[in-house]
Design a protein around this ligand. Structure first.
Ligand SMILES: [Zn+2]
Length: 84
């Protein structure tokens, strides 16, 4: 589900939004390619919040907090690389 909707940020229509999801890179791939798979650099967002993240309306700091909270809630280590 969208982590921004779950947190009730501006633009949220449905707190438990599972529609039109995508993965947002907090630090863009073109800015730092080495962080493209880092769990603390990735957040699941809906299309509305993806645009707000890209535009900086939702700050990188807030995005990172959401990523870390999500990882913590899932019992994941922020320093460990994602394994697929
Ligand atoms: Zn959302």
């Amino acid at each position: 589900m969208c982590l921004c909707c779950k947190a009730g940020l501006k633009g949220t229509l449905n707190r438990y939004n599972t529609k039109d999801l995508s993965v947002h890179h907090i630090i863009p791939i073109e800015e730092d390619y080495t962080k493209r798979m880092d769990g603390d650099n990735l957040i699941t967002v809906c299309c509305v919040h993806h645009e707000m993240c890209e535009a900086g309306i939702i700050t990188r700091e807030t995005q990172r907090e959401l990523a870390l909270k999500s990882m913590h809630d899932a019992g994941e280590d922020a320093d460990a690389p994602l394994v697929y």
